[in-house]
Design a protein around this ligand. Structure first.
Ligand SMILES: [Cu+2]
Ligand SMILES: [Zn+2]
Length: 188
């Protein structure tokens, strides 16, 4: 009878030991959270990507996603600045013409709003604040997109700087009227 008691006690002790060990093992295998994404921006042409013009560092803040610019080689003045759907800065063909960075697709729009309304609007989530380049072609400000709460949604997308400005509207021209794509960076 003594041996039988010892036998039944043993599995119970083992079970308690396994339960105690489980949370530690789960903590060790949990994926690391991305606190910061660094994106290298390149000029884009009909042939693909060209010269690097600096970096944009993306991080999460209480007020939304922040985009810290360290850029040079830009035409001075305002530029539309957006997150586009695909992490591909290559050209695409449209009606027999090569479109620089066309492979990046349209503005990031996970809620399918179909509207361009800028960072404070209710449209594309990828609508960022206008980027203003100084007379010497640099841009070093930090821009905040209040509606982007989790920068994880920006992975495997592209950052694009348009040639022209952005009026945060689809009129008179779609997507803020910024014209062609000037620079692009794939977000990894
Ligand atoms: Cu854009
Ligand atoms: Zn848009």
């Amino acid at each position: 009878m003594t041996r039988k008691t010892a036998y039944t006690l043993c599995p119970r002790l083992m079970a308690i030991t396994l339960i105690a060990a489980a949370p530690t093992g789960m903590t060790l295998t949990a994926p690391a959270r991305a606190d910061e994404l660094t994106v290298t921006m390149h000029k884009v042409t009909q042939d693909g990507t060209g010269d690097a013009i600096g970096t944009v560092t993306i991080s999460s803040t209480d007020g939304g996603a922040s985009f810290k610019l360290d850029l040079h080689g830009l035409p001075s003045g305002p530029h539309g600045f957006h997150v586009h759907e695909n992490d591909n800065c290559g050209p695409t063909m449209m009606s027999g013409v090569r479109i620089p960075a066309g492979a990046a697709g349209g503005h990031l729009d996970p809620d399918y709003t179909g509207k361009h309304e800028g960072p404070a609007g209710q449209g594309h989530l990828g609508d960022l604040p206008v980027l203003d380049a100084a007379a010497n072609g640099t841009a070093t400000q930090t821009l905040v997109a209040p509606r982007i709460k989790d920068i994880g949604i920006l992975k495997k997308r592209a950052l694009i700087i348009q040639t022209g400005g952005d009026n945060y509207s689809d009129t008179p021209n779609r997507d803020g009227g910024g014209g062609g794509r000037f620079a692009c960076g794939e977000i990894e």
